[in-house]
Design a protein around this ligand. Structure first.
Ligand code: NAD
Length: 260
């Protein structure tokens, strides 16, 4: 489906981003991976994806909190591939603390990685997309782009910002063959979330099963995690030709969380 197209997925060395990169590669896109991780493990992922799907896969370890490293990554990708046809802004971090105790440095880091990085990749990718009359931008936001939870002020602020940015850019490029959408997952069982289960079970003196049902999935009516593959499939659909009329949408994929 995406043969001859180039995809950049930020934060794709793990979790949701890796799932999206894998799905886009499986459908023929050349892929630029980005994120942190052990160099050998990252190279294993890169080479494995390229070999499994017969596509070009590059890795760029740009720190998405830094505009100048984002500019360098985008410059290199555009020089090599001519355009980034499918741009998936996925890199994200979390910090949980009451607002009056929130570390100032974490506030700025979350806004930089979860929100401003999206501004930078989008502004740098758009000129080539406009020249080609084609582009797909998918911003991985969160159910927290639509509703809040306590102690996540920076994350909720950044993700609501992503929703507003998505709608604004969608309107600006609506006649250019470019769509811009946000995907809003509920809880996805990535390594990040998995690691919290035993700690929370110990802290609360409850079983891991109770942590999943009564803590993590308390707000998720289906009582099921969303899977990486489901988020990747929605993202790939938004990148497809059939999704051309979907733009400026902020799409929940969260088991009914925000219907409440
Ligand atoms: P993850 O921790 O498994 O993956 C995050 C990725 O971002 C990793 O590849 C990491 O190396 C990369 N990253 C972190 N800081 C970076 C930086 N400064 N520069 C470049 N890369 C950086 O997390 P995940 O659960 O897969 O989350 C991916 C996205 O999905 C995030 O934006 C997150 O907010 C969103 N999300 C996750 C869930 C969930 O339940 N897991 C729910 C809703 C939304």
């Amino acid at each position: 489906m995406f043969i001859g197209k180039t995809a950049l997925v930020t934060g794709s060395t793990s979790g949701i981003g890796l799932g999206i990169a894998t799905t886009l590669a499986a459908q023929g896109a050349n892929v630029i991976l980005n994120g942190f991780g052990d160099a050998h493990e990252v190279e294993r992922l890169r080479a494995g994806l390229a070999e499994a799907h017969g596509v070009q896969v590059r890795f760029d370890g740009a720190d998405m909190s830094k505009p100048e490293t984002i500019e360098a990554m985008m410059g290199k990708a555009l020089a090599e591939f001519g355009a980034i046809d499918l741009l998936v802004n996925n890199a994200g971090i979390q910090h949980v603390a009451p607002v009056d105790e929130f570390p100032v440095e974490r506030w700025y880091a979350i806004l930089a990685i979860n929100l401003s990085a999206t501004f930078h990749t989008v502004r740098l990718a758009l000129p080539a997309m406009k020249r080609n009359g084609f582009g797909r931008i998918v911003n991985i936001a969160s159910a927290h782009a639509l509703v809040a939870s306590p102690y996540k002020s920076a994350y909720v602020t950044a993700k609501h910002g992503v929703a507003g940015f998505t709608k604004t850019v969608a309107l600006e490029v609506a006649e250019c063959g470019i769509t811009v959408n946000a995907v809003c997952p509920g809880y996805v069982l990535t390594p990040l979330v998995e690691k919290q289960i035993p700690d929370t079970a110990r802290a609360r003196g409850i079983t891991p099963e109770a942590v999943v049902r009564d803590v993590l999935l308390a707000a998720q009516p289906t009582k099921k995690f969303v899977t990486v593959e489901q988020v990747a499939a929605l993202t790939a659909f938004l990148c497809s030709d059939d999704a051309a009329p979907i733009t400026g949408a902020v799409l929940p994929i969260e088991g009914g969380w925000t219907a409440q």
